[in-house]
Each structure stands twice: as C-alpha cells, then as structure tokens.
Design a protein around this ligand. Sequence first.
Ligand code: FAD
Length: 522
Amino acid sequence: MTVELAEQDIFDLVVIGGGINGAGIARDASGRGLKVLLCEKDDFAGHTSSASTKLIHGGLRYLENYHFGLVKHSLREREILLKNSPHIIWPLRFVLPHDRSLRSKWLIRTGLFIYDSLAPMHRLEKSSQVKLQQHAAGEALKSQYQHGFAYSDCWVQDSRLVILNVVAAEAFGACVLNRTRCTDLKREENYWWVTLDRHGDRSMLNGVCRIRARAVVNATGAWVGSMARDFHQNDSQQQVQLIRGSHIVVQKLFDHPYAFLFQTMDRRVVFCIPYERDFTLIGTTEMSWDRSNDQGEISDAEIEYLCQAVNRYLETTVHPDDVVWTFSGVRTLCGDDGTQVSRLSRDYTLRHDDSLAPIVSVFGGKITTYRLLAEDVLEHFRTLEGFNRPKWTHDGLLPGGDIGSNDVREYASLLSTQYSWITPDLASHYACHYGTNAHCILKNSAKFGDLGKEFSSNFFQAEVDYLIEHEYASFAEDIIWRRTRHGIRMSPDQISDLRRYMDSVLDFSGNSRVALNAGICS
Ligand SMILES: Cc1cc2nc3c(=O)[nH]c(=O)nc-3n(C[C@H](O)[C@H](O)[C@H](O)COP(=O)(O)OP(=O)(O)OC[C@H]3O[C@@H](n4cnc5c(N)ncnc54)[C@H](O)[C@@H]3O)c2cc1C
C-alpha cells in the first residue's frame, strides 16, 4: 500500500512499535473509530514478539513467586484469545515428569490445583497425575521417570498474532507503516509533533516526514526506556532489567503431540515442545542483556545448558551439533538490578502523564496479556474527546478466525474437502496460518500447478503473492521467518530463489509490478 503523509495530518493516536503490544493497541483504538497511525522501525513482529516460547499461558512457575494476580488475568485472557483466534491459537497439553530430587509431588499438585482453580476452564482439560509408563509421552523419557503431571495451556503462532492485529487495524482505517522509525517527539500545547523516518529500501517514499498526534503510545519493547529518556518523561523513568531469552530448535525428538515442562537443577524450567511438525523447540535461557556488547544471539554456553536440561529427562541425547536454528528475544522486566530475574514479575507496567497531549509508555508484559494491555492503555486516554468509546475486543475475531469450529484441525479437514487436490499437510499449513483467508490463496487454483512456483516443500508462489498483497511482506525474511516459518526447511539456494522472485515482482516502491495471484480478500 502506498501511504503519503503530510504535516497537516493530525492523528488521534500514534503508536510507536509494531510488536504485539503496539499492534494490539492500534487494532483496539482503530476499532473504536479513532484515527490511528502505527509505525515500526523494522518489520512488524521483527523483535521479541516473534521470538517468544509461543505460549498463551498463565505461567505455572509464576505461582511460586505468589504472582497470583498475573496468573489469574493471564488465564482469563487465554480463554478469550483462544475463542477469538482459533486458527492461530490452540490447546497444548504439557507433561511434567516428577523428579524426586527437585520440587515435591505435593508442591506440584498444589500448584496445579491453584492453576486450574484460577482458570475459567471452558475448553481446556484440567490437570491430572499420570503414570508415565502408561502414557504416550512416557516413551520418550528415561525409565527412572515413572510419575508425572499433565496440564493444559495454549500454543500461539506469535508473529502471526502480531500481523493479524496489524491487518485488523488497517481494515479499521489505521495507517500502518513498517520500516518507519520514530526519530523525534516534541510536545506543543495540545499536540505531539512526531517525526517519522521511512527507510525501507524498496520505498520511493523513503525520507523524513512530520505529523501531529493528539496522543502517543511508546510501545517499543526493549527500547521503551531509551525512547522515554530521549524524547519525553525524563522524570518518570521505570527501573527495568533487560533479559535476553533464547531457544534452540532440533529435529523432532518424539512422535507424540505433548509438550514437556522439565525442571532444571537451578530451579528454573525448560520447555520442550513439538514444533512445525518435524522439529522440537527447546527454551529458554535468561541472560542479562546489554545492547552495547551483546548481539542478541544465543551463546555456546546457553546451547549447552539447554541440551543438558533436556538430556536429563529424554531417552535420546541432544548435542549442540543437532541444533538447526536458534532465536532470541529480549524481555523488559520491571524491577531494579538487585532483584533475582526469576522473581521479577512478567506483568506490564504503564507509565503515563496527564498533560493535554498525553503519552503512555508500555514496560514489560506478555503476549498473553496484549489484549488486556491495549484496553488499559486506552483507558488512560478516556478524558480526551472521542476516546471514551466502549471496549470491544473481548468478542472481536481476528482476521481469518471465523473458522466455524473451535478446532483448527477440523477446519483443515474442511479445506481438504473443498480443495480435494491439496495434501493434508498443505491444508493444515494454510488453516493454521490464515484460517478462512486460506481461500484467498486457494480460490483461483484447481490443481497444484495453479499455485505457481514451489519454493520449498508446501511453499508456493500463491502464498508469497498473498503475503505481499495483504500482509506487508517486502523481503524474503519477512515471509520465511515472521509471516511463516518456512525458512527452517529452506536451503540457501531456495531462499535466494525466493529473493529473486520477490525482486522481480516488487518494484522500488514496494508495490507489486505484476498482477499477483492473491485475489481480493474482504
Ligand atoms: C525468550 C522469551 C520467551 C517469551 N515467551 C513468552 C510466551 O511464551 N508467552 C507470552 O505470553 N509471552 C512471552 N514472552 C514475552 C513476550 O514475548 C513479550 O512480552 C512481547 O513480545 C513484547 O512485545 P512488545 O510489543 O512490547 O515488544 P517487541 O516485540 O520488542 O516490539 C517492540 C517494537 O518496537 C519497535 N521500535 C523500537 N523503537 C522504535 C522506534 N523508534 N520507532 C518505531 N519502532 C520502534 C521495535 O523494532 C520492535 O519491533 C517471552 C519473551 C521472551 C524474551
């Protein structure tokens, strides 16, 4: 989409930062009829919001720190998000093997009882004790682990959650700009002057422009503190710790659909989760992050730590050489340097001022709480004219979420019936990424050949065209690491091939040069 901005443009709200929090706020505000601009300096979901463990969860471990309020509202959100995004969020059952040398059975049983009690369980199975020798998950474990516990949480396609919030915001009329950095903020009476630097190198509209905003949200994740310090709120800084967390991905370690929660010797926990059908995701670590001397990537020591954590439990041995991909993200945790990281709350804090042109800064938070956070942010602007419209996202489906079922597998079967020529794997991929918008990719095709070039297994040109047309993708990396995770299966040659294709269809302005096979989507 081509967007031209001018100094006379006045937005009700400018949201800086296109991670899950910024995207969620932009969607909520534009759905209330406000004139909204969302800017992201890189690609949407380009940072922590695509590097999470991908769980919509209360956080069983947070109970140990007595963070009952956070767990309770997260579990409530879990139910709401599951209902509104059934194509990209689904139930995941966890198995926690009991290790006699670590937490006692009594402690775990009590924790799970509280976890279940705090949750409005409409759809998820309650926790239970399991005999591992008689349980499908038990086979992958060392024989000394005989007892365990099973409990429920949810999986989320994290970066897709961000993109779908951005798509929804734009559908409500928001101006959404990726690769656009906010470089300056100045308050002038009732307005903020917001300077935007558009630097996406495909854009002819590259350059700097200024617009005005009646209110601003600083949702810049790990940058929130520096942004606040540089441009506003000098006297209301929040003490934070920036903590880098990393994951490793290896070829699939087990065949069952359960995820494991493993306790570690340092009293942390490590998740071991079935991932992208053929892989297993293992994480996380927690390291203090200093932007000046940390590239934000996992270290060898962390890889070793994660391998050891799973090797303690699994029959198979995982070596650092088995790692096929790693990713890292940075959490902003509210608290001073003296507090132990595992004890810091994962909840969010909003800092705001009540001047005529107000600003709210978002510190911390979880993906799980993004919808609630957006409501809270807008509550702070209630006194501004036009901002006091009712909340609505509690019942708002995300784009593609109208799959008519609570089970995305049923929707994948329906797609297989409607398009009898596609394979079950491809139907499942489209269902779990696009929900009912899968029709936009498929509707002009009657056979595989109609989907165009195949870049890698189950990855066709029709999907690329759709993502360029409807989801702001302008580089191969946008598509293979954030709109999808096809990258994990692609060779360097296949990625180069995709780059060449995108160069050929995108002109310098980031607009498509040719009619793409993506159809019109409403
Ligand atoms: C390892 C790890 C695992 C996690 N796992 C989970 C989990 O399983 N479940 C869960 O609920 N939560 C999880 N979280 C927490 C969750 O991922 C984060 O709370 C959430 O992604 C933060 O979103 P955000 O929008 O605040 O930040 P970000 O995703 O970092 O987005 C901020 C954006 O602002 C942009 N930006 C910065 N400065 C500017 C500027 N000047 N102009 C324009 N844009 C700018 C950045 O480029 C960035 O994209 C995890 C976090 C980590 C680190």
